[in-house]
Design a binder for this molecule. Structure first.
Ligand code: SF4
Length: 136
């Protein structure tokens, strides 16, 4: 049986914050639709918003973490990557304080993930150094 659902979210491509609906079939996002009831866009999207879902299924998307070792990227597990990031953050923060680090987010993740990233920066790392490419 085919599973079809419409998942509401917010476009992550710019600061306007248009309401969208992802059309999801069997776990794959097929298209992005405007959320008619959203007060910001009232059923409209710009061309970027209409194509918001395309990067999710892109064959060029990285599917596992990479760590640079002697100038070369090598694939590692999520446990290895998170352990390395945690270790490096701790080293720098211990030596120079929390404002010596920062987090750069991307329009290629969801608004909800961006929200979690700013929570991580502020509540875990202890810095307000958080920025996003959509603000540029
Ligand atoms: S649909 Fe266009 S205007 Fe609306 S948030 Fe996305 S990029 Fe911005």
């Amino acid at each position: 049986m085919i599973e079809c659902k419409f998942v509401p979210s917010v476009c992550s491509y710019c600061g306007v914050g248009c309401g969208i609906l992802f059309h999801v079939v069997d776990g794959k996002i097929l298209e992005t639709l405007p959320l008619k009831s959203h007060p910001v866009n009232q059923g409209k999207l710009c061309i970027k918003g209409w194509n918001l879902h395309e990067f999710v299924m892109s064959e060029h998307r990285l599917k596992s973490p990479l760590i640079k070792d002697n100038g070369q990227f090598k694939e590692v597990s999520w446990d290895q990557a998170l352990s390395e990031v945690s270790h490096r953050f701790s080293q720098v923060i211990d030596k120079y304080g929390p404002d010596s680090v920062g987090v750069l987010c991307s329009a290629k993740i969801t608004s909800e993930e961006n929200y979690l990233a700013q929570k991580f920066a502020r509540a875990v790392l202890g810095t307000n150094n958080i920025d996003h490419c959509a603000r540029l």
